[in-house]
Ligand binder design. Structure first.
Ligand code: TPP
Ligand code: SF4
Ligand code: MG
Length: 346
């Protein structure tokens, strides 16, 4: 991104987009995961995020390698397969000055890590939880994952005989406060959802259909580029307006928009398409997901949001000073206070 003098454009904190880069990706060319990493870079750059204020987490998988490919200046922790949520809970509880970005795969989240995922979500940790969903275990050469559709037939795997797990539905059942679905082939929507997710105070789950071009990209597969391109059905057109920017209503036709005000004052603007969908209505979200599952619809957009529900930091009423910065002298009870406690039991 260059300005009119050909110089790299800077954001409000003086950083260029390059300052948000990671290492060069070693994933296959055309893998959906690469496109998501690019959108994370752009969203963080455009939101003027200080990279050192982000902490990255992942489990195991091609998807879980992705944190290496964005935000080199942020700390990151690559954990065990399916165990990223417990890592994230510990780290974000210890340092409440950080925002988490977790990258997982469909195998990492919907197979081995399903219970970890659900407990993270119900604790409403302040983090973005991205599932790069391709219906297979890419890293271990394309076995069916729990999100693969029944009847999917792959060259070396035969036919999948099981019904799939729907990540958005699982998140809803676990009382997630932000649930979205997108498609790696729709980078604009991915970017706007990422911005909204980064502004959410609790756990923001984004299930992104992210095709594995090596093991699961045949035309009829529900996780392929061609299926996504031909069948994506957005619930709304979505735009994120940060708290510092004014909403200019002339940009939108009155009566066709719905605004969701976030806790930090940012606004998500949802332009109605043919459907009149309200993402703050939980029962409408359940009905819509049920119908989408039944009819194999790739419904994308903001599925559900509750911007006010307390996150884990608020539940524990933690002090503003992060626990990991408090010196041991202040954490350790004084000799006098210990005597006072002991005296109560004499
Ligand atoms: C405890 C454990 N079991 C199995 C594995 C082998 N394994 C590594 S990655 C992976 C699945 C990755 O699939 P997914 O999360 O969908 O990521 P993708 O590679 O498709 O992006 C498996 C089964 C492991 N590393 N650890
Ligand atoms: S094997 Fe599939 S998921 Fe893994 S990098 Fe290649 S295209 Fe991506
Ligand atoms: Mg996968």
């Amino acid at each position: 991104m260059n300005d009119t003098n050909g110089k790299q454009k800077k954001n409000r904190i003086g950083l260029t987009r390059t300052d948000y880069f990671g290492e060069k990706s070693t994933l296959c060319k055309g893998c959906g995961h690469n496109s998501i990493s690019n959108m994370i870079i752009t969203a963080c750059f455009e939101m003027d995020i200080i990279p050192e204020k982000i902490v990255k987490f992942s489990g195991i998988g091609c998807s879980s390698k992705s944190p290496n490919y964005f935000l080199n200046r942020s700390f990151g922790f690559n954990g065990l397969h399916g165990r990223m949520p417990s890592l994230a809970v510990g780290a974000l509880f210890a340092d409440i000055s950080l925002k988490g970005i977790g990258i997982s795969g469909d195998g990492d989240t919907a197979n081995i890590g399903l219970s970890q995922f659900k407990h993270l979500v119900r604790r409403n940790m302040p983090m973005v939880y991205i599932v790069e969903n391709n219906g297979v275990y890419g890293l271990t050469k394309g076995q069916f994952s729990a999100t693969a559709e029944k009847g999917l037939s792959l060259k070396r795997q035969g036919e999948n005989i099981y019904l799939p797990v729907d990540i958005a539905m699982e998140a809803l059942a676990a009382n997630a406060t932000f649930i979205a679905r997108s498609f790696a082939g729709d980078p604009k929507q991915v970017k706007e959802l990422l911005k909204a997710a980064l502004s959410h105070k609790g756990t923001a789950v984004i299930d992104i259909i992210s095709p594995c071009v090596t093991f699961n990209n045949q035309e009829k597969s529900l996780h392929s580029y061609s299926w996504g391109k031909g069948h994506e059905a957005p619930l709304h057109e979505l735009e994120f307006v940060p708290p510092r920017d004014e909403i200019t209503i002339e940009d939108f036709e009155k009566g066709t928009i719905r605004e969701v005000v976030m806790h930090d004052g940012a606004v998500i603007i949802l332009k109605k398409l043919d459907k009149d969908y309200d993402p703050t209505n939980r029962s409408q979200a359940v009905r819509m997901l049920e119908e989408a599952i039944r009819k194999n619809w790739l419904v994308t957009g903001l599925i559900y949001i509750d911007p006010e529900e307390a996150n884990m930091v608020e539940m524990y009423d933690l002090d503003k000073e992060p626990l990991n910065r408090i010196q041991s002298e202040r954490l350790r009870p004084s000799r006098d206070s210990l005597y006072r406690v002991n005296d109560q039991f004499i």
